[in-house]
Ligand binder design. Structure first.
Ligand code: F6P
Length: 326
């Protein structure tokens, strides 16, 4: 990159704890390197509606500990159209923005890829999503906090499950990915996880329930990933109620509680490292890449790879869960 640079930052898609830490890191690293910064409000929507404001170091003071995103976020339908992207590009030129840092999940990075290709514009992405479903990175900003929220919630529900001798189906987020459900189940000592990646688990549920209850257990907790493939917690609970009317079944859908709250130290550090790396990536003339982390090393993953490939779950974790829930 040569000459005076002006970095636009936006957050897009579902908010994730740690996004603010990332905004702070991008802003401060850019200013440290003599760049100007513009905060773009409401994701791609704000690019189109021209909600773009100058950012100084003070704009990102006192936010590292806050959940959500100070830049707000949105899912923009207009940015999916060529006309919407044209208006966005005109606003970028108007504000003298020379590169973009986009913080978001799958959909947000897909938008970034299309725009970057269409206008030959430098964009670096940061994986900001609780779902942990981006290929090429061991983890994403917000995932650790959401996992901890799930574990704290399940710990509480367990008190009721044990006292009333009930089976609880607890639905967690993940948008068709089982990372939160599987690792949440291991961390909370749940009996099983029903995830979209292993659809057969649904059929084994009956066997599992008979099995679990035949042993010493008088209560069970099953984490279910939201997905049509799993049928969700409601669907599964209905099946079990019909097939095993002798059991007392309850459902809890954790919902957006999983997206909120102060980020964990792990997410703050991840976001800070990735935010800093985004600016150094641009300085190295990297474009159309997502910053990922592999074995604690920061890496560049081309958007095409991060978006197109499905991130695999670790199948051995299912065995771990099975073994430990006897
Ligand atoms: O991508 C993050 C996520 O929380 C998914 O896990 C979930 O499916 C989706 O967003 C919910 O989106 P919304 O907040 O728009 O309902």
């Amino acid at each position: 990159m040569e000459g005076k640079q002006c970095i636009g930052i936006l957050t897009s898609g579902g908010d994730a704890p740690g996004m603010n830490a990332a905004i702070r890191a991008v802003t401060r690293t850019a200013i440290y390197n003599g760049f100007e910064v513009r905060g773009i409000m409401r994701g791609y929507k704000g690019l189109i509606t021209d909600e773009i404001i100058p950012f100084q170091t003070e704009n990102v003071s006192n936010i590292i500990q806050q959940g959500g995103t100070i830049l707000k976020t949105a899912r923009s339908e207009e940015f999916r159209t060529a006309e919407g992207r044209k208006t966005a590009y005109e606003n970028i030129l108007k504000h003298g923005i020379t590169a973009l840092v986009v913080i978001g999940g799958d959909g947000s990075l897909t938008g970034a890829r299309i725009f970057a290709t269409e206008y030959n514009f430098p964009i670096v992405g940061l994986p900001g999503t609780i779902d942990n479903d981006l290929f090429g990175t061991d983890t994403t900003i917000g995932y650790d906090t959401a996992l901890n929220t799930i574990v704290q919630s399940v710990d509480k529900i367990r008190d009721t499950a044990t006292s009333h001798e009930r089976i609880f189906f607890i639905e967690v987020m993940g948008r068709e990915a089982g990372f939160l459900a599987l690792n949440g189940a291991i961390a909370s000592g749940a009996e099983a996880a029903i995830i979209p990646e292993i659809a057969t688990e649904v059929d084994q549920l009956g066997e599992f329930i008979q099995h679990g209850f035949r042993k010493s257990k008088n209560s069970s907790i099953v984490l279910v990933a939201e997905s049509e493939l799993t049928g969700g917690a409601m669907g599964l609970a209905e099946r079990v109620k019909n097939e095993f009317p002798q059991y007392d079944v309850r459902v809890t859908i954790l919902g957006h509680i999983q997206r909120g709250g102060s980020p964990t130290a792990t997410d703050r550090i991840l976001a800070s490292r990735m935010g800093e790396a985004a600016i150094y990536a641009l300085l190295e003339d990297q474009r159309n890449v997502m910053i990922g982390i592999q074995n604690d090393e920061l890496v560049y993953i081309p958007f095409s790879k991060a978006i197109k490939n499905q991130k695999p779950i670790k199948h051995e974790l299912l065995n771990t869960l099975k073994t430990l829930s006897i």
